[in-house]
Design a binder for this molecule. Structure first.
Ligand code: NAD
Length: 429
């Protein structure tokens, strides 16, 4: 007889208390007292359902064979097929991909999308590869994980350093392997291959919708607000652009190369034109280059971390002077930093609500692929707004009623949905 269902830990998880997976586990610990009888089944959320580690060998353009490490993690599939992006980064590792997959479980459930949570990664610096090498890497990685992905199994999408061309290669490779064109195996595809209108900008668009909703409740008008954005990629660019277009002053933008500042507000459309030049935003000459750490001292109304995880540490949280943190990135705030910001009266709108625009339009893309009937951009954005605004209102009300942080409220909604689905399905065999 089994003595207990208590967590015995995972032999392959990092022991580092600051690791993304540990951050996720701590977030689960925080929601546990609010789950009632469902708390007894929480162990299912504390371990990924399936972890795949693959060797990805490729031939370089000069004829050498080099190897990369790849991952696909399916954290939970109780509510539907796995869904989550693919990251190419030299530092990506299993622990990080496990956390990102788990956050997808929570995000999909919190927004009531009919998906489980998954994520992939390849430990590579894609800038060091030629286009042909990048294609070979992507196709070999796809072939290695082919048996666990598919439109009704697990659907990838772009994340850090991956884009619609990479999604097209995945779609083609999977289709070749299964013998028919399967557009629904990835989202974030080019329009010509069954992509959705509005997908490219969807995450940033959603960040803006949620900032606006939070701002209404917190009485922080967008017009005239001071905004700082960390990360000027897929998520950060459209978010910054929308803030500026609605009358906010985006006073600082930071990317991996440096930080650009302008007290009067940066010209975001102009910055987007030159942001991919060598040296990034700080080399653009469109504002004053300031020290990277000084970014966290700037007084703002909205702070939008849209780069990587663990950027808002306890130490930075102590210095941050803002009214609302709108998490565009996944896992940008450590649990200790959450506490510091909460004590300072700063509202943190968690990633699982604020950046759900991308996966929501990915859901629309998947639905459109199944029906082979495509919607206009207006229709996509209207439905996106409806889903995100409704999900946010529900979470906001729970947080207000029970006097909880928004993250805990979002986790209550998500964990209840996942654990209830698990309970109704029962345990096989
Ligand atoms: P991206 O690669 O397009 O852009 C990342 C940006 O962050 C770049 O400007 C890069 O220079 C900057 N950056 C990287 N490291 C940094 C550092 N240490 N300091 C400052 N800036 C740094 O990636 P993205 O798709 O915009 O993703 C950003 C975040 O948003 C990630 O956490 C990702 O998981 C999350 N996210 C992305 C999507 C999406 O649809 N792309 C959806 C949901 C969440």
């Amino acid at each position: 007889m089994l003595a207990s269902n208590a967590s015995s830990g995972l032999s392959f998880a990092s022991a580092d208390p600051g690791s993304p997976w540990r951050m996720y586990l701590e977030q689960i610990d925080r929601v546990l007292p609010h789950l009632g009888r469902l708390a007894a089944a929480v162990e299912t959320l504390r371990r990924p359902k399936r972890v795949m580690i693959v060797d990805v060998p490729i031939e370089t353009d000069d004829g050498r064979m080099v190897h990369f490490e790849g991952y696909r993690v399916q954290h939970n599939l109780s509510r539907g097929p796995g869904k989550g992006g693919l990251r190419y980064h030299p530092d990506v590792g299993l622990d990080e991909v496990m956390a990102l997959a788990a956050w997808m479980t929570i995000k999909n459930a919190a927004n009531n999308l009919p998906f489980g949570g998954a994520k992939g990664g390849v430990r590579v610096d894609p800038r060091a590869l030629s286009v042909k090498e990048l294609e070979r890497l992507t196709r070999r990685y796809t072939s290695e994980i082919n048996m666990i992905i598919g439109p009704d199994k697990d659907i990838a999408a772009p994340d850090v350093n991956t884009n619609e061309q990479i999604m097209a290669w995945i779609m083609d490779t999977y289709s070749m392997n299964v013998g028919h064109t399967a557009t629904g195996v990835v989202t974030g595809k080019p329009l010509a291959l069954g992509g959705s209108m509005g997908r490219n900008r969807a995450t940033g668009q959603g960040v803006f919708f949620i900032a606006r909703e939070a701002g209404r409740r917190l009485k922080i008008p967008i017009k005239g607000a001071r905004v700082a954005v960390q990360g000027f990629g897929n998520v950060g660019r459209p978010a910054a652009e929308l803030f500026a277009a609605h009358g906010a002053k985006v006073i600082a933008v930071q990317d991996a190369w440096g930080t650009l500042y302008a007290e009067r507000g940066l010209d975001i459309p102009a910055l987007i034109q030159v942001a991919d030049e060598p040296g990034g935003v700080a080399a653009s000459g469109l504002g004053e280059r300031i020290d990277t750490e000084a970014f966290w001292d700037l007084p703002t109304d909205y702070l939008v971390p849209a780069a990587m995880e663990s950027q808002i540490t306890e130490q930075r949280a102590a210095r941050i002077q803002t009214r609302a943190v709108i998490e565009g990135a996944n896992g940008p705030t450590t649990p200790a930093a959450d506490d510091v910001l909460g004590d300072k009266g700063i509202t943190v709108v968690p990633d699982v609500m604020a950046n759900a625009g991308g996966v929501t339009v990915s859901y629309f893309e998947w639905v459109q692929d199944f029906s082979s009937y495509y919607w206009s951009e207006d229709e996509v954005n209207r439905r996106l707004e409806e889903i995100m605004v409704d999900a946010f209102a529900r979470v906001w009300d729970i947080a207000a009623d029970r006097k909880l942080p928004l993250r805990t409220a979002a986790y209550i909604v998500a964990c209840e949905r996942v654990l209830d689905a698990r309970r109704i399905r029962g345990l096989y065999p």
